[in-house]
Design a protein around this ligand. Structure first.
Ligand code: PAF
Length: 286
């Protein structure tokens, strides 16, 4: 696996693979890779002949009081995992390479609708930052397909909308969330949790499962389900940011007639903000 830091080297390496008739798969990441990322790269390797990954901690998607400075940077360990997972080329640019004129004057991409509410409300500008860097990376790599985790459910919806609205010829593949044995969704931010917080964290997924079970059994009083789960999170020492039931495809607030539902949660454990979600198809459970 080759690691390149410049756009020029990236374009040259991808052009070579393309000239050899290879299908290009792409997995954008911010590094500090775990088994969830490895699954994305493995999926790309199954579906494409030449796999490109990127590691770029994108300042444009962090708010002023967020963890940009402390976000874990673990390049050497990441390179080993990427190689083992079947990655051929790693793009690891500096901030100046991606934003040579600084970020203030950077053209931005703003996806309407699905960016609003949920993480979009709690993290103003976050999805513009994601949509902008992903658009740039897509233009640089020009992949045939790109793989993203379903753990970032709203982000995946933003990227699917972006690709559709801007007519990008890229297939977007969403991969299921990888979880620890106790149900906690794998995340680079889990590393911020102390032992006590880590022990409390699985309540997040358990709450989603309880709501899903009730919905599957025909419960339609969404507000009561949400309130009970919120109280459960608070009792376990978590501070819910949002907990909502939405329609899976549009991400609009769910109604009693919707059959495809997704329950989405974000909560703070100490200073660490964790997110998770659980999608269910009521027609499949009926
Ligand atoms: O999910 C992430 O790691 C990031 O938001 C992404 C898609 C790599 C864009 O910076």
């Amino acid at each position: 696996m080759n690691t390149v830091k410049t756009i020029r080297e990236l374009r040259a390496a991808v052009a070579l693979a393309r000239a050899e008739g290879k299908q290009i798969g792409f997995v954008p990441t911010m590094g500090n890779l775990h088994a969830g990322h490895v699954a994305l790269v493995e999926k790309a390797a199954q579906r494409a002949d030449f796999v490109v990954a990127s590691i770029f901690v994108n300042p444009l998607q962090f708010g002023p009081s967020e963890d940009l400075g402390s976000y874990p940077r673990t390049l050497v360990a990441d390179q080993e995992k990427l190689l083992e997972a079947g990655c051929h080329l790693l793009f690891h640019p500096e901030v100046d390479e991606m934003y040579p004129d600084g970020m203030a004057s950077q053209t931005r991409v703003s996806v309407q609708g699905v960016s609003e509410g949920l993480c979009g409300a709690s993290r103003p500008g976050h999805f513009d930052g994601v949509a902008t860097v992903v658009t740039k990376l897509f233009n640089l790599v020009q992949p045939d397909l790109a793989v993203f985790g379903q753990k970032d459910f709203q982000q995946l919806a933003v990227i699917r909308t972006l690709v559709r609205d801007l007519n990008m010829p890229i297939q977007i593949i969403g991969e299921p969330t990888i979880r620890a044995e106790d149900g906690l969704a794998l995340s680079s931010r889990n590393g911020y949790l102390n032992a006590e917080q880590r022990a409390a964290a699985p309540i997040l997924y358990r709450s989603l499962q309880q709501i899903a079970t009730a919905l599957g059994a025909g419960e339609q009083d969404f507000a009561s389900l949400i309130e009970a789960a919120r109280q459960q999170l608070l009792s376990a020492g978590l501070r819910p940011d949002y907990l909502e039931i939405r329609e899976t495809n549009s991400l609009r607030p769910a109604t009693a007639t919707d059959r495809q539902l997704v329950i989405l949660v974000a909560a703070f454990l100490g200073g660490t903000r964790l997110i998770d979600n659980l999608a269910l198809d009521l027609d499949a459970t009926a």
